[in-house]
Design a protein around this ligand. Structure first.
Ligand code: BTN
Length: 306
């Protein structure tokens, strides 16, 4: 019911009496739902004779995420709560769930990055994990999904007029600083990935620690107001868009697009003792580095510009 009231407010409906009638509840009960929405930092004006008016969402919340996802032609369960790590949470919840699942958190206490690193996840950022069931993707090419997630984040930022680049394998960069990271985890039986857990963190309004000052950035420095619920929904729908392409044999198109926005391509990079020029991406999604004519395949690890 709270979601229905939120949706009506977003559509410009104002009358508490009318909402109550349609839901078969009293005006006082409608007001209780309004209070619940306000507790989520949703700004709703009210005036006698006029009714309620949605003004803005000041923080990410489950109603906003569901509202912005409503056009997705796909059943997806949304779970919203502060957590240690949305990836850890999503993995656990997905065990008894055969539908796709989106776990969103306003902050994380133990946010995880690649290579067992911490991902600092203060309030004000976008932290979410999408579980895609029955991915049908071969484990051998699952790296392609990380690239797809990067492209989805890039496209979503472009919707706000923010240009970004993709640093292989999993970082989204603005002006040479990381704005988003992706952590992909798998549940596989045999050669096929049964469940893909795509964890994405985007710095939006969150406070970044001083030590990350030179290497990280946040969207608030480029665009003042971004509704995080809307941003998450945009990324999710773009992930499905690319995922569909991936499953219907359009990998080369995706790869070309990824390379077009690559941060490392044709630059000298170093990774795990290998130094050379990043020349492309293999069909598995690995990075090709040319060191004096010798082609190396970088499968994992950090890749830094020299
Ligand atoms: C990286 O940069 O190494 C990857 C960072 C991934 C962070 C996201 S935030 C949502 C999800 N939950 C986690 O614990 N990690 C991912």
């Amino acid at each position: 019911m709270t979601y229905q009231i939120y949706e009506w407010l977003r559509q410009g409906k104002t009358s508490g009496g009318e909402m109550g009638r349609r839901l078969n509840i009293s005006r006082a009960a409608v007001n209780k739902h309004i209070r619940k929405l306000r507790e989520c930092e949703i700004v709703i004006e009210s005036a006698s004779g006029i009714g309620y008016r949605w003004i803005k969402d000041n923080a990410v919340n489950e109603y906003g995420v569901r509202y912005h996802l409503r056009q997705l032609k796909r059943e997806i369960n949304v779970v919203f709560k502060p957590t240690e790590s949305t990836n850890t949470n999503a993995k656990a919840l997905s065990m008894d769930n055969s539908e796709d699942l989106l776990v969103v958190a306003p902050y994380q206490t133990e946010g995880r990055g690649r290579l067992d690193r911490k991902f600092i996840s203060n309030k004000g950022g976008a932290y979410f994990s999408l579980v895609i069931n029955d991915s049908g993707l071969p484990v051998a090419t699952v790296m392609r999904t990380v690239l797809v997630a990067g492209l989805a984040v890039r496209d979503a930022l472009m919707d706000y007029g923010i240009e970004s680049e993709l640093k292989w394998p999993n970082d989204v960069m603005i002006s040479g600083r990381k704005v988003s990271g992706i952590l992909l985890e798998l549940i596989a039986s045999g050669e096929t990935a049964d469940k893909i857990i795509m964890g994405i963190g985007i710095n939006v309004n969150n406070q970044l620690p001083d030590e990350l000052g030179e290497v990280a950035t946040r969207l608030a420095d480029y665009k003042q107001i971004i509704d995080i619920s809307e941003l998450i929904a945009k990324v999710i729908s773009k992930i499905y868009f690319y995922f569909h392409k991936l499953r219907s044999g359009h990998w080369i198109e995706i790869k070309d697009k990824y390379l077009k926005y690559s941060y490392n391509l044709n630059k000298t990079v170093v990774s795990g003792g290998i130094k050379g020029v990043a020349k492309g991406i293999t069909d598995e999604g690995f990075l090709i580095v040319d060191s004096n004519g010798k082609e190396n395949k970088i499968i994992t690890g950090d890749v830094n510009l020299c």
